[in-house]
Design a protein around this ligand. Structure first.
Ligand code: ATP
Ligand code: MG
Length: 385
């Protein structure tokens, strides 16, 4: 008898032609998640398991695997040889001594002639005979003994199926450049994209000395919290103050945010191209603030050619917060540090900006190309693991 952790992979994506690629990607990510634990990982097409670990590590290993996209559920299990006596004795030994229960058998090994119902009945009967406090109840049970009889001569006995992240393995869906602020939304956007198999790169705009070192630390910490879901994140911290000065000096204050956003998008696109990213991602949600009206989004979007994905566009703030709490970014996101966008915040930002106006105002910043290149050159690139 040996303790193992059973992993089930999402069924849907295993059906297409890309199956081998998806599985290889998932295996890599699982191995990365298991880094630091002494254990073995074993994977076939649709059953994967971790074995040979220290029992004390079990819950920590499960916790890590619960963040890996592509795994649909996880069961801590016991592995025994598929021998009738061994099976029923193990089920008896590891099950609670009292309570209502049922036995459910899945027989993949067709060399065994008895049906799953027959085997379940025999195991259940044996368990009843061993403990007076047990009672069979197929519908209203306290615990369910699942016995999975595999083709390899071994069976796995487990009690629970812990729902995992689902989604697609990170890395199989291309790369994205995320605009990562210190707020609540953009970390959730990272999580959402990673769930669809996308590897996330991030850019953060920093307005030193208006935004503090602590504000930068906060973004680094957010990226760290995202690593279990997204894997390693390359974060570019771009100095934005000079660009903000130039905008403030040359453009009407109500267009400040709009034009800042357009510069952010231009820089994001260049960094995206440098890193082989096929899209830009933001944490925008329609109508949340003045810069997130349809017209504003159109004006900021018009400076880039890459597709811009906004995974939170149709979500309410409360829904976004729920996810932020679930993934653990919320408490860090609400720490009260200034964001570069709040530093030069106009009292009345334009709600329905016009592209022509934005273009005209920007033309007043004659060295805009140099400002962009200079900001990119001076970016600090951090690899968050
Ligand atoms: P968030 O909670 O993600 O900061 P928000 O509700 O505060 O979003 P805005 O401040 O308008 O909204 O930002 C909208 C989006 O613009 C953010 O989700 C993020 O993708 C991007 N963004 C804003 N500020 C920055 C920044 N300093 N660096 C990088 N991206 C930023
Ligand atoms: Mg913000």
């Amino acid at each position: 008898m040996e303790k193992i952790i059973l992993l089930r992979v999402g069924e849907l994506f295993l059906k297409g032609n890309n199956r081998h690629y998806f599985v290889a990607c998932l295996k890599n990510n699982i191995l990365a998640a298991l880094n630091g634990f002494s254990c073995r990982f074993n994977g076939t097409q649709n059953r994967m398991f971790v074995e040979g670990y220290d029992e004390e590590d079990e819950s920590a290993i499960i916790k890590r695997l619960l963040c890996v996209f592509g795994i649909s559920s996880i069961s801590p299990a016991v592995k025994v040889a598929s021998d009738e006596t061994a099976l029923r004795e193990t089920c008896d030994e590891i099950s609670p001594k009292e309570g209502k229960f049922r036995v459910t058998v899945n027989r993949a090994d067709k060399r065994i002639k008895k049906t799953s119902m027959e085997i379940a009945r025999e195991i259940g009967g044996y368990m009843l005979s061993k403990e007076k406090g047990r009672k069979v109840d197929l519908f209203n049970f306290d615990f369910e003994v699942n016995v999975d009889i595999r083709e390899n001569g071994y069976s796995y006995i487990f009690y629970e199926k812990i729902p995992a992240q689902g989604g697609l393995p990170v890395g199989c869906g291309g790369n994205a450049m995320l605009l990562l602020s210190g707020g609540i939304d953009s970390p959730v956007a990272a999580y959402r994209m990673a769930k669809r198999g996308v590897k996330v790169f991030a850019v953060h705009f920093h307005s030193f000395p208006y935004t503090s070192e602590l504000a930068k630390e906060k973004v680094i910490n957010l990226a760290k919290i995202l690593v279990p879901y997204c894997g390693e994140i390359e974060l570019s911290v771009v100095p934005f103050t000079d660009i903000q000065y130039a905008i403030k000096e040359k453009c009407p204050i109500e267009y400040m945010i709009t034009i800042m956003r357009r510069f952010m998008m231009r820089i994001a696109q260049r960094l995206a191209e440098k890193n082989g990213c096929g899209c830009i991602v933001t944490g925008e949600s329609l109508g949340q603030v003045a810069s997130q009206t349809m017209e504003s989004i159109n004006v900021t979007n018009s400076v880039v050619t890459l597709p811009v994905f906004r995974p939170l566009i149709g979500m309410d703030k409360t829904e976004i917060i729920e996810t932020a709490q679930k993934i653990g970014t919320f408490d860090t996101s609400i720490l009260p540090y200034e964001d570069c966008c709040t530093v030069f915040l106009p009292k009345n930002p334009v709600i329905k900006p016009k592209i022509e106006y934005a273009v005209t105002y920007e033309e007043r910043i004659e060295n805009r190309e140099e400002l962009i290149e200079d900001a990119i050159c001076r970016a600090e690139v951090l690899v968050i693991r």
